[in-house]
Design a protein around this ligand. Structure first.
Ligand code: ADP
Ligand code: ADP
Ligand code: MG
Length: 675
């Protein structure tokens, strides 16, 4: 076994790999960019090497710099995690040339699976079932168009070198084909440096079911069962579970064996995932093989009791697979939810910001203990794999994942209930998150009943995005409690109410507190009154008895208003009071009359960036006359391309950014003279 390895990654996966190293007594070396000098993964490792600037191209994608760091630190092997260089054959080759073990498959296997088109040709030869489509070398647009017409619409265009859902375009009609092809090729070229595409029949209501495989250098190859990752948005996974629910044992075995056959066909070594797309009637087709550890590997660890990173290290060190197919077993059910800094209601746009308050449910960072071979490991019912801590910043440079929340139960129902509870305990202040959205999916009827397919989110869009009834009165009472406590506590020994904007004395105190409900932007007032021992709060013309006290925990308050009671946490960020109570998150902004200047109005003709990102195409110039909805600028943020359209008809008078420019959230992009 190795004494020291370098982890060529960041975030949660770097922390995850470091945890297994620590348990096995292997020293770990982190690498970090300018943006990550104080990142969690740096402190999770024993040593750390600075490798360059904030963008991935200047740091985590620098092959030579990382090899040099491995050499200088005396690491015998490199773990690439997922993303970045994990599926880069040049990197694997460079490690080999430098005499450093690449903890992943052989260069040839990465190359074989790196192109989805070439992989399909190989899989066809190995008799693994494929989706009808075209994956040939000839990329002539007219030929591709004819192929698409022959396959029959809808078809799916994919970047052959693609990943992460990027570059994919569903084409509904022949007329739309060429425009979609151009857009797919542009995204493929900019993201993967290769604009080759393939075409597949677009299946309706399919499931994404994948199989974890493992192979060693001694001819051993096994599958660690299946996962269902059907719940996706923009073709990216949101919720994953193991085992895939509701499938007959026979189909599971066939898929497992097909996956092992796929791995054997490319002389695979190490951890890999064979992704299948499955029809409602259980036919499955090879989609792609990911030649690395997958983001969702923890659900497999939870049900098998195995530490897959340990398996990777052992196999890379030349040991045989720890278990045979017959020794592997499934215990219970596991579900993972990816908690992202993003804005579900705004098309899942990534969000950035400093995590001023971060509270995750009670869980264990990492607990798989595979000490006794063949023995299921110890499993914590809740596991949190996270690459950030409170106070850290989600930047536009990398994936905006905050944490993975993984739960285990003896049945799917038990795991579901646990997931729901765990999500209710998550509190994040500082960026938008998908926590509320995840709760809704987990608690929705189709997910709960295991009626899964990749269109679940879109089909249930209205229900998933319908306004929720939140405990408004209780949360407001808690926010008032926090405000009154804070203002009372800061005045220098004076009356608690001196610091508040309005008060008067007529046998008691009366204060009017101005609030803005951040969620719907409505402004309202609440009047607090105290007359001797009696306290009341008036809102919406109703006056009710009100009392409060500080709770036991940090930021905790208890309040009673009328006959409602609540305990919750109020986290104050400037003038915004984030209230977490009764399983809901609400935010109220205190309209501090002293501090308030009128907010600048957004002029009609201003067009601002909806998120931080990079300009990748400018489609208009000064003088261009546009209709409402005409595409103006294409931006790229993290892993997605976003087209910004004209809000109204008009003439472009000025373009303020050029292709390649990095743009801050809210920056004005161009000036439009509205007609
Ligand atoms: P798939 O590989 O099937 O798209 P995954 O969700 O496992 O599914 O991974 C999505 C892609 O994005 C992968 O190519 C992965 O390498 C990359 N990726 C996902 N999360 C991160 C992250 N936190 N950091 C870097 N890359 C990531
Ligand atoms: P990536 O490398 O981006 O992960 P995949 O080929 O694995 O690309 O596809 C990602 C997702 O797109 C799948 O999980 C599935 O939801 C959807 N998808 C892929 N191929 C098809 C298809 N032929 N029909 C319908 N949906 C598909
Ligand atoms: Mg995939």
């Amino acid at each position: 076994m190795f004494n020291k390895i370098l982890i060529a990654n960041r975030g949660e996966i770097a922390c995850r790999v470091a945890a297994t190293c620590k348990r096995l007594g292997i020293a770990s070396v982190a690498v970090y960019s300018d943006a990550d000098a104080n990142a969690k993964h740096v402190s999770a490792c024993d040593e750390a090497v600075h490798i360059g600037g904030a963008t991935a191209a200047e740091s985590y994608l620098r092959v030579e710099r990382i090899i040099e760091a491995a050499r200088a630190s005396g690491a015998q092997a490199v773990h690439p995690g997922y993303g970045f260089l994990s599926e880069n054959e040049d990197f694997a080759q460079a490690c080999e040339a430098a005499g450093i073990v690449f903890i992943g498959p052989p260069v040839d296997a990465i190359a074989a699976m790196g192109s989805k088109a070439a992989a399909k040709a190989l899989m066809h030869a190995a008799a693994v079932p494929l989706v009808p489509g075209y994956h040939g070398d000839d990329q002539n647009p007219e030929l591709l168009h004819r192929e698409a017409d022959a396959i029959g619409y809808p078809v799916l265009l994919k970047a052959s070198a693609g990943g992460g859902g990027k570059g994919m375009r569903v084409v509904e009609r022949s007329d739309d084909f060429l425009a979609a092809l151009a857009s797919c090729k542009r995204e493929a070229a900019s993201s993967f440096g290769n604009d080759r595409v393939l075409i597949e029949k677009y299946l309706t209501r399919p499931r994404h079911v994948e199989v974890q495989v493992f192979a060693d250098r001694h001819g051993g190859a096994v599958y660690l069962f299946d996962r269902d990752c059907s719940v996706q948005r923009r073709h990216q996974k949101v919720l994953e579970e193991a085992p895939a629910p509701g499938l007959p044992a026979e189909i599971k075995r066939e898929m497992g064996e097909a996956a092992v056959a796929a791995a054997r066909a490319v002389k695979y070594v190490g951890a890999g995932t064979v992704e299948f797309i499955m029809t409602a009637t259980g036919e499955f087709y090879f989609m792609e093989m990911n030649t690395r550890l997958q983001v969702e590997h923890p659900v497999t660890e939870m049900v098998t009791g195995q530490d897959l990173v340990e398996w990777q290290l052992r196999v890379a060190a030349g040991e045989p697979l720890p278990l045979t197919q017959e020794q592997l077993r499934i215990d219970g059910h596991a579900i993972e939810a990816r908690i992202y800094a993003e804005h579900p209601a705004r098309g899942f746009l990534p969000s950035t910001g400093t995590l001023k308050h971060l509270r995750m449910p009670e869980g264990v960072e990492f607990v798989i203990d595979a000490a006794g071979l063949g023995e299921p490991g110890r499993k914590a019912p809740v596991r949190i794999d996270s690459g950030v801590r409170e106070g850290d910043t989600i930047t536009p440079f990398y994936d905006p994942m905050i944490a993975k929340l993984i739960v285990h139960g003896s049945t799917r129902e038990e795991a579901l209930a646990r997931m729901s509870r765990a999500l209710h305990a998550c509190e994040v202040v500082g960026s938008h998150t998908n926590v509320e959205f995840l709760k809704r999916i987990v608690e929705s009827e189709p997910f709960a009943s295991g009626d899964l397919d990749t269109g679940l989110i879109e089909r249930h869009h209205d229900a998933l995005f319908a306004p929720v009834k939140k405990p408004f009165k209780e949360a407001l009472a808690l926010a008032c409690a926090a405000l009154l406590t804070r203002e009372g506590g800061t005045a220098h020994g004076a009356s608690p109410w001196d610091a508040l904007s309005h008060w008067r004395l007529n046998g008691g105190y009366t204060q009017t507190l101005g609030w803005r409900n951040v969620e719907n932007d409505s402004v309202f007032t609440v009047t607090f009154a105290r007359d001797g021992a009696a306290q009341t709060l008036e809102h919406d013309g109703v006056r009710e008895g009100f009392s409060w006290s500080s709770g036991a925990g940090l930021h905790e308050y208890r309040a009673t208003i009328g006959d409602a009671r609540a305990t919750g946490r109020v986290f104050i960020d400037g003038d915004t009071f984030h209230v977490f109570c009764l399983s809901h998150a609400l935010a109220f902004e205190w309209q501090n009359l002293l501090a308030h200047a009128a907010d600048a109005e957004h002029g009609e003709g201003r067009l601002t960036a909806p998120m931080p990102g990079k300009v990748i195409a400018v489609l208009v110039e000064p003088g261009t006359v546009v209709e409402k909805g005409t595409p103006l600028i294409v931006m790229e943020a993290m892993k997605m391309e976003h087209t910004i359209g004209a809000p109204a008809a008009g003439t472009v008078s000025e373009v303020l950014y050029a292709v390649g420019d990095q743009v801050a959230d809210g920056a004005q992009l161009l000036v439009l003279d509205v007609q």
